[in-house]
Design a protein around this ligand. Structure first.
Ligand code: GLN
Length: 483
């Protein structure tokens, strides 16, 4: 039962082959049995799940339908869930029960999805390995000595290990696509503004975007359908109609123009990954796509720009955690300053503290022009590169990551080494563009992802290309041993 995709579950439920309650019980038991190896969940919401499953079964019995009605999912633990701990992977929020549901959570619940729990993540979504969580590192089900990617490593590991068919995640600089690549999943970061950020705890507000992590493009289409849409509570939400993402999955790729940036195949890329990317290009050519070499000349500046902008926004966003209104408060503060200092010093882990310091520095008088303003200018150049490229091509293709998943602890002493691994993903966040990662093969038994980028609001095109590719390849069907 646990091998079913969301699409298969929807058909099974519609055909009354099993009930949502039965399926939910099977998956909850599976999580209890197998998750101790992975640490992919921070909280299990068994009672809520069974309640939601029973309610979904009643709705189906009363004639309602819908792909998400009775479908088990989990939320990355930065989506606020009313009355349930929403920790953001941090000691700071270990005691925080959200007073309301995030829009994404409310929308998916209304569509009938069943919440099995909240998944582990890098603290405040800062990281690429899921090692900065206060709740401990998450393991990669493909090799338990390796990282699953981050910051949505819990969602990725859980879905890859077939503990559940799909989960929500967020992507500020790659945190949906990179863990998807590291665990053999399909993950989609939508256009900035497509999915509401209301109730999604902020890391870097101008870059954060929620999206689906699942095994197939078909399933990402189903989950995204339930998440996307205008929200008046989010001032950056965009009032654009949401297309039917499943309806365009079958479109032909005949004549599709795929751009391959020459900068992508530089020295930093593992040659074995480069070869798998070339194979995926050949596969898409067989389906009718036309390949064109393009250039993204400012790509080299994207990492330094991102690692100024993201910490700058984080330093501002995280000032709300002051030990006064919510979250961790130190014992016996001597005065207000002592309360702030010790609550924040105790509540935030080292990576979060590092980013707050870098961000506050970049924003401070005298340095603002040299760092923050400069970074914003680079951001515009990165966007302009994409705009020029999309005059010539329909999608851009390349690797999701320069290397496969590294060993746990391998980059702990060198944060910059981890930052450099984000080279292919962060440009989409700087420009606000949609991006998808899908399975493209294996290196030393570890999964490799191919990334597709599209113009604004062309999520449907990304899902269409990925679905067609998945109809003709079987990488995405491979299951990690032991799961
Ligand atoms: N690895 C990037 C960072 O640490 C991206 C994280 C994310 O997308 N949330 O900032």
């Amino acid at each position: 039962m646990h091998q079913m995709t969301l699409a298969e579950i929807a058909r099974g439920l519609a055909d009354k082959k099993f009930s949502s309650e039965e399926l939910t019980k099977v998956l909850l038991a599976r999580i209890t049995q197998l998750d101790p190896q992975l640490n992919s969940f921070i909280s299990l919401t068994e009672e809520l799940a069974l309640e939601q499953a029973k309610a979904a079964d009643v709705r189906r019995a009363n004639g309602e339908s819908g792909a998400l009605l009775g479908a088990p999912i989990a939320h990355k633990d930065l989506f606020c869930t009313q009355g349930i701990r929403t920790s953001c992977g941090s000691k700071m929020l270990d005691n925080f029960k959200a007073p309301y549901d995030a829009t994404v959570v409310a929308k998916l619940a209304a569509a009938g999805a069943v919440t099995l729990g909240k998944t582990n993540m890098d603290e405040f979504a800062m990281g690429s390995a899921n090692e900065s969580s206060w709740y401990g590192a998450v393991k990669n089900p493909w090799n338990l000595e390796h990282v699953p990617g981050g910051s949505s490593g819990g969602s990725a590991a859980a879905v890859a290990a077939r503990l559940l068919p799909a989960a929500t995640a967020t992507d500020t600089g790659g945190s949906i696509r990179q863990p998807a690549a590291f665990t053999n999943l399909t993950g989609l970061k939508p256009t900035y503004g497509r999915v509401s950020r209301w109730g999604m705890i902020a890391y870097a507000s101008s870059l954060d975007q929620g999206g689906p992590l699942a095994r197939t493009a078909e399933d990402c289409a189903i989950l995204l359908q339930g998440m996307a849409g205008f929200d008046q509570n989010d001032s950056t939400s965009i009032d654009e109609p949401v297309p039917d993402y499943s309806a365009s999955l079958g479109d032909s790729l005949q004549g599709l123009r795929i751009g391959v940036p020459k900068e992508y195949f530089s020295a930093g890329l593992d040659p074995r990954i480069a070869e798998l990317i070339q194979n995926s290009i050949k596969e898409l050519q067989k389906l009718g796509a036309v390949i064109k070499e393009i250039s993204l000349p400012n790509m080299q500046h994207a990492i330094p720009a991102y690692y100024v902008i993201a910490p700058a926004e984080a330093s501002s966003n995280l000032s709300r955690f002051d030990g006064v209104r919510f979250g961790h408060r130190c014992e016996n503060p001597e005065n207000l300053i002592d309360l702030y200092k010790r609550s924040r010093g105790e509540g935030f882990g080292p990576e979060v503290q590092r980013r707050i310091m870098v961000g506050a520095y970049a924003l401070s008088a005298g340095y603002y022009d040299a760092y923050y303003l400069k970074a914003q200018k680079i951001r515009r150049l990165v966007k302009n590169d994409f705009m020029a490229a999309f005059n010539e091509v329909d999608i851009i293709l390349g690797p999701t990551t320069p290397n496969p998943a590294w060993k746990l602890g391998a980059k702990n002493s060198d944060p910059v080494a981890a930052y450099l691994e984000d080279v292919y993903t962060i440009t989409a966040n700087l420009a606000g563009l949609p991006g998808l990662s899908m399975p493209a093969g294996f290196v030393d038994g570890l999964p490799v992802g191919v990334q597709l980028l599209a113009p604004y609001f062309q999520e449907g095109r990304l899902l269409n290309v990925a679905h067609q590719y998945q109809l003709h390849t079987d990488w995405h069907t491979r299951t990690p041993q032991g799961f």
